[in-house]
Design a protein around this ligand. Sequence first.
Ligand code: BGC
Length: 376
Amino acid sequence: MNKRLLAALGAAAVALSLAACSGEGAGSGTDTANQAPTDLTIGVSMPTQTSERWIADGNSVKEKLTAKGYKVDLQYAGDDIPTQSQQVDQMITQGADVLIIAAIDGTALSSQLQAAADKKIPVISYDRLIRDSKNVDFYVSFDNYKVGVAQATALLVGLGVLNKDGSEGTAKGPLNVELFAGSLDDNNAHFFFDGAMDTLKPFIDKGTLVVKSKQTSIEQAATLRWQQETAQKRMEDLLTSSYNDGAKVAGVLSPYDGLSRGIITALQNAGYKGKMPVVTGQDAEIASVKLINDGVQSSTVFKDTRLLAEQAVTAAEAFLKKATPEANDTKTYDNGVKVVPSYLLPVETVYKDDIQKSLIDSGYWTADEVKAGQAK
Ligand code: BGC
């Protein structure tokens, strides 16, 4: 994301929080159904600006709410749990009428959520499920299990074990693969890994795929805070510990484009070039879309954040009108205390051939951005 945009976002966030200090929303204990949007404030808490997807999410949610006349208090927490708790606390004291929260740690916001419930402020869990609290009113996300299935399938297709239509490919193995997972405090990381492992396990069991490091549990594969550098370091360690006998890595399951880029850097530093090992991803981040276009990364899973933002806004408006947002899943997302009614969106795998149709024609990225590997 370019620096000017980041600076503008920062300035906008400061301006908004100042406005919230002086303006004072009503808090949802009041009759929001009969108030004008201009009198209502929606607090939007996002985890980090180090990944484009969260910047896009924040921008989309804010734009859509602002277009409808609502006041928006958008905050990013720099992937720091106490900062996010404090920001949410502040949104509540400053009179937010609805909260939309993408948590850093899914279990860390219980006391904030209790404070919101005490003031009857509805809470929408955004993309990542907030766990261990009854005070989560709605969940908007993608089908996270299917994200994992899509990533594992893309790994198998990239390796030639499967064809794109799901039929058996020509590659029979044994092929060496390594597995990466996301941050264990993010509920999604477990869904992604479960979906992936359910898909890969039959191929591991029959020896088509070999996890040479033997690191197959989510704990072993996890990457705290989804950090690119952490993934790079683990890949370097795996290459040293398990591939110093001349064996080659054929593929790597990676659950997020940032990690994929760390993994690719480690592989390149170790001498891999030309036809690279198959590396998967998620989020269609522009730097990775370029790598896919250049044949360096194999695939990504595209989740259209514009659609997710739309669902969050729809749910927020329903709550403000004292209605119940429409759910399309009322079974899957048990947060440890209750099943949270959810609206789940579909996901799409993007290989090189799909970039034009899925990402450029849909207006998510321009052809120039893909070429440059940078957002304008
Ligand atoms: C999101 C992914 C994202 C990851 C890292 C997950 O909760 O669902 O889209 O790649 O966090 O930011």
